[in-house]
Design a protein around this ligand. Sequence first.
Ligand code: PMP
Ligand code: GLN
Length: 381
Amino acid sequence: LNSRLAPMGTTIFAEMSALAVATGSINLGQGFPDTDGPEEIKRAAAEAVLSGRGNQYPPGPGIPELRTAVAAHQKRFYGLDFDPDTEVLITAGATEAIAAAMLALLEPGDEVVAFEPYYDSYTACIAMAGGVRVPVTLRPPHFRPDLDALRAAVTDRTRLLLLNTPHNPTGMVLTRAESEAIAQLVRERDLLVVTDEVYEHLTFGPEHIPLATLPGMRERTVTIGSAGKTFSFTGWKVGWVTAPPALVSAVRSAKQFLTYVASGPFQYAAATALALPDAYFSTLRTDLERKRDLLADGLTAAGFEVFRPDGTYFITTDISALTPKGGMDFCRELPERCGVVAIPNQVFYDDTEAARSLVRFAFCKKDEVLTEAVERLGRLK
Ligand code: PMP
Ligand code: GLN
């Protein structure tokens, strides 16, 4: 293994999901729903397979039906106009979009400024592209971005900002004022933005503001979305990029040599899903908000300090009141102690000390599963 990837080890999601299976624990670690998305969307996938749509290589940029549906979604929810032919690219999940964007846009040595904690593929993809990550740390209890620190992190070598809102693992959602301040810095310093908005529909109160909607930002922003989160089909791996033609074309140049194309039949199903009525999106939100409160209240009662998230399906907690141990040791022992799996937030940080006692729980699970998990966690005290 080369020196760029060697420090990355095995992803924590694989380690913790394997531990959940081995110990028969409730898996609140890796973020995936325990209930699939809508029946009609499953049927759309099955029908695509059976009617022979997408069973052979689909077009490199993605099937026209899905590119059109992605553009229509950006218009319907945010008033953004994208040309499906030149400004939309379909990828194998958001993960490939992130990788392709880094490989396409970075020269070796270019700096990427990002808020940490970051989703673990960011560090790996920046490294694989030969870039250098420059973290700006988000801190409890609110995990709001320190805009002065962000400004100070930008240097002459900075090529782009890699953003994520709503933010995994903290659940922080950038406000309009914060987004505007970030946009101003980006324009001033002539940077690009790659913004990971896979949790765009998972917000509980605050509005999701796509960076591309702010003045002067559409032309310098690569926006990443995914069907995995919005439609509860994380196994389908259908993601997308929207950006101006030159940026889409650059990302596509890298993407064509990573996977060439994303899975065909699921693209047809994702196109159907993006056209679901507004009620689908609002029900998803209210269901998840109830689950958030169920788990947050249970964790609080169990002795965790809970940082109630505004978005995503993750809750970050502090375990200091329960144990002097760090989150990594705590999470490795938790399955044996009470049959629950969680993720130590340390793995999302360079500044691991800042996250020593932080632990993340996923709440995209059935109410009865969350109730059982809370009961088990209640025995820790
Ligand atoms: N970005 C973030 C912030 C994530 O949490 C995830 C994981 N689900 C992804 C990207 C990857 O999305 P996908 O499954 O579509 O590759
Ligand atoms: N995004 C999911 C999470 O943060 C996991 C995705 C993965 O397993 N790579 O839990």
